[in-house]
Design a protein around this ligand. Structure first.
Ligand code: NAP
Length: 286
């Protein structure tokens, strides 16, 4: 990679940031397209977020990703924020257009685009979302936008109720339900469901034996989307496939959300396969 005087800078703001796979994925895409950009990690402490955003303008950084814990707070520092980001109160991509900082989020669209690339259109499908945190909100709003009926099950029931309420305010009320996160309720909640999405951290390293729903509830014809990407194949994914369900891993969403950010900054079609291979290669080395 040749960094020259007019090389344009992209990056990611987060705390912590050392674990981020985004630099690997984006620099692989930059190399593959042979364009004059570089993508770097920036360790930004919460108390420095405002100054860091000002730095995007001051140093004419072309754009950045924003990750934990800044996705919500960064909204207050931007000039424009997309409708979808305002709805879910989350920004993961900032584009610098001549000093005007525009915020958007590619988490939900990345989830949807990756799922539809693999499984075809999901319009109107009946979905069970497990979890009610930040990623659940992004996924739920993306699915609600295409007319899906959504049931939410979360360890802390009040958060599920709150998320269903937010969805009901924006989309057709009556399409969003809450159920308990236990075997009996999930078994009933799963009847007629086409798609299950795990947005909890259950199953994430080091809790690799964790599974968010009893495995015996998984069945053929079910689509299972696992957001956790560390490990690359969680117990949920293995159990789902063992029982004849089709499963996608969190790696897909990670790559597609990155690809959509990349397209916003460069205006070029992202080399998705290259980005995915770059992340897989890192996973194989670790
Ligand atoms: P978050 O906002 O902190 O939400 C965490 C969710 O997990 C909450 O619903 C929480 O329930 C639930 N949870 C945590 N521990 C649990 C347990 N032991 N049993 C049952 N539920 C539990 O986190 P997030 O940002 O949504 O991220 C969640 C997961 O998705 C993480 O593993 C993250 O790496 C992954 N993720 C992947 C991608 C991707 O691109 N693939 C993108 C975003 C996130 P309570 O409300 O009860 O606390």
């Amino acid at each position: 990679m040749n960094v020259l005087g007019n090389t344009r800078v992209l990056g990611v703001f987060g705390h912590p940031i050392a674990h981020s796979l985004s630099p690997v994925m984006h620099n692989a895409a930059i190399r593959a397209l042979n364009i004059d950009f570089i993508y770097v990690p920036f360790h930004v402490m919460p108390e420095n977020l405002g100054k860091a955003v000002e730095g995007i303008r001051a140093m004419e950084i072309a754009g950045v990703n924003v990750t934990i814990p800044h996705k919500e707070h960064v909204i207050g520092y931007l000039d424009e924020v997309s409708r979808y980001s305002m709805q879910i109160q989350s920004v993961n991509t900032i584009v610098n257009v001549d000093g005007c900082l525009r915020g958007d989020t590619t988490d939900g669209p990345g989830f949807l685009r990756s799922a539809e690339a693999e499984w075809g259109k999901l319009n109107g499908c009946k979905t069970l979302i497990i979890g009610a945190g930040g990623s659940a909100k992004a996924v739920a709003f993306a699915l609600a936008e295409i007319g899906c009926e959504i049931t939410i099950a979360n360890r802390t029931r009040e958060r599920a109720v709150e998320l269903a309420g937010c969805l009901g305010q924006v989309f057709e009320a009556g399409k969003f339900r809450v159920t308990e996160l236990n075997g009996q309720a999930l078994s009933e909640g799963l009847s007629g469901v086409d798609l299950v999405v795990n947005t909890t951290s259950v199953g994430m390293h080091p809790d690799v034996d964790g599974i968010p729903i009893p495995p015996e509830l998984l069945r053929p014809n079910l689509l299972v989307y696992e957001l956790v990407y560390n490990p690359a194949r969680t117990r949920l994914v293995t159990e789902a496939e063992r029982r004849g369900a089709r499963a996608l891993t969190g790696l897909k969403m990670l790559v597609y959300q990155g690809a959509l950010s990349f397209e916003m900054w460069t205006g070029l079609e992202a080399p998705i396969d290259v980005m995915e291979q770059a992340i897989q290669a890192i996973g194989n080395r670790q």
